[in-house]
Design a protein around this ligand. Structure first.
Ligand SMILES: [Zn+2]
Length: 321
């Protein structure tokens, strides 16, 4: 046993195994029981989100999605070949936030039958799923909402299917950060309703740890490699690189040239009006628009388009996922 590893006896099945000392959690590779490294006696609920899109389905979904991109290469479908697909199991913490700021003298009705539960003050409830590590080898956009459905208990057999990423953040710290905005909102509502005479009741719960699958797909188009990231549970395309058509590239270049020319002419004309001399203005205008031209030329050379999923836009166009 090396010095940076700790030996554990699984509290459930009795198997012995080692984990690095830096781990927050240890998962028994034999029975799948997960526990806190610093409190081995306390078992932790560990969930797994289902892979609803296997490697082939994710690759097909990626191709269909690429075909929807404006300016994608005309022969994309026929000239694209699969290179590889890796499944990443991303660690998440699941919390149930339930905070109340009650006006003093009030009591929360325990009886659900009574409809007259009048909580003056503020009440906030939410189900929050958030990454359990900052060290992710694949980019997941800030504020990405992990669909809560199709969750089941973790089983160690999935460890061989993908790249299993360890949770590294302290769950209590994450929990307080997660709760903070809800608490603030409840308190501010209570302050409006009853001034300073309120009491805070925090019934939030840490549900447990979960692992969520993503595909990192690589494919080849005309000798060059492109990458995509697909949510293996609900099929969302998070990131996609795709080849741009020759026409699209030519159009981009032409636009760049036109912008340069236009800037040159406007610059020239302005100078004529002011100084009755054409050339310095033309040069000045052309120089000013050089960055735009450089971008166009670079794009022409790169011929790679990039799509990135943005949760804020998703909320506008597809509120239900
Ligand atoms: Zn075990």
């Amino acid at each position: 046993m090396s010095e940076d590893r700790t030996r554990f006896t699984c509290p459930f099945c009795g198997a012995e195994f080692e984990v690095p000392k830096t781990f927050v959690y240890a998962t028994c590779p034999y029975c799948g029981t997960t526990f806190r490294v610093d409190k081995p006696e306390a078992q932790v609920e560990h969930y797994l989100f289902s892979v609803n899109f296997d490697k082939n389905a994710a690759y097909k979904l990626m191709k269909d999605f690429a075909l929807l991109q404006v300016g994608v290469a005309e022969d994309f479908e026929g000239s694209t070949e699969f290179v590889s697909a890796y499944q990443y199991l991303v660690p998440l913490y699941i919390f149930e936030v339930n905070v109340k700021a009650l006006c003093r003298g009030e009591k929360v009705e325990a009886d659900e039958e009574k409809v007259e539960i009048d909580v003056h003050g503020g009440e906030e409830a939410a189900y929050v799923i958030t990454p359990a590590t900052h060290a992710l080898p694949i980019g997941i956009p800030q504020g990405y909402s992990f669909p809560a459905r199709s969750r089941r208990f973790f089983k160690p057999s999935v460890l061989k299917d993908g790249v299993y990423l360890q949770p590294s953040l302290n769950p209590e710290h994450v929990f307080s950060t997660v709760k903070e905005p809800y608490l603030r909102k409840a308190v501010s509502e209570a302050q409006t309703a009853c001034g300073s005479g309120y009491e805070v009741a925090d019934n939030s719960k840490y549900i447990g740890l979960a692992h969520y699958p993503f595909w990192l797909i690589r494919y080849r188009y005309r000798g060059r490699e492109y990458t995509a990231i697909i949510d293996a549970s609900d099929g969302t395309a998070l990131y996609l690189e795709y080849p741009i058509s020759a026409r699209g590239r030519a159009a981009g270049l032409a636009m760049g040239l036109a912008a340069t020319l236009f800037a040159g002419v406007v610059g020239g004309a302005t100078t004529i009006l002011l100084m009755k001399s054409f050339t310095p203005g033309l040069i000045g205008g052309a120089i000013a628009s050089l960055p735009a031209l450089a971008v166009a030329v670079q794009r022409f050379a790169k011929s790679k388009g990039v799509y990135r999923f943005k949760p804020s836009e998703e909320a506008v166009f597809a509120p239900v996922r």
